[in-house]
Design a protein around this ligand. Sequence first.
Ligand SMILES: N[C@@H](CCC(=O)N[C@@H](CS)C(=O)NCC(=O)O)C(=O)O
Length: 214
Amino acid sequence: MKLIIGNKNYSSWSLRAWLAARAGGIGFEEIRIPLFIPGSREHILSHSPSGKVPCLIDHGLTVWDSLAICEYLAEKAPQLWPADPAARAVGRAVSAEMHAGFQNLRQRMGMNIRKDYAGHGRTPEVEADIARITAIWNDCRKRFGQGGPYLFGAFSIADAMYAPVCFRFQTYAVKPEGAAGDYLATMLADPHMQAWQQAALAETEIIPAEDVYG
Ligand SMILES: N[C@@H](CCC(=O)N[C@@H](CS)C(=O)NCC(=O)O)C(=O)O
């Protein structure tokens, strides 16, 4: 299995699929394509029909889009979704909400692991996104989190979907209160998250359009 990803410092969508594969114990060859440099679009298109990363290739089958890849991985590692149908339904709902929403947070607080952008980006619209994410995390932890420290107890695709938000909260020094704050600490200490972060810190490529706050 091959997983095509972008720069680890910047590519939030790539992180989701990579983390789900790692957490699911699924072996893969990583192909990292630095984004927005000459030739990168052609390189991505040679693997991914959407021209976007992440993209998974498994024995000739190509799956693009981070959430579709996570679902495909869960076919091989069913523990990536909660076993309980109600928890699984809510896990899919909060994952879909992340996938389709939080545009203000995405625009103003781009993932940029190497930077310290404490205090930047806090518009009222971003504050509303932060409040909704905090409510989701608190709700999942309270209703479904008994079996472990992640949103649904054990690590699930929902955690993979919110992983880039965790790095964003670290970069922009967003500190959610209560159980959501504990959950953020758990995610940032997760060994796979740490491995991704170390690799991001070691990268040298700069995407000027992403380094918006200096
Ligand atoms: N909905 C897609 C979005 C993927 C996406 O936008 N990827 C960005 C990088 S994080 C990309 O490939 N950008 C390169 C480009 O647009 O040329 C997913 O979930 O995978």
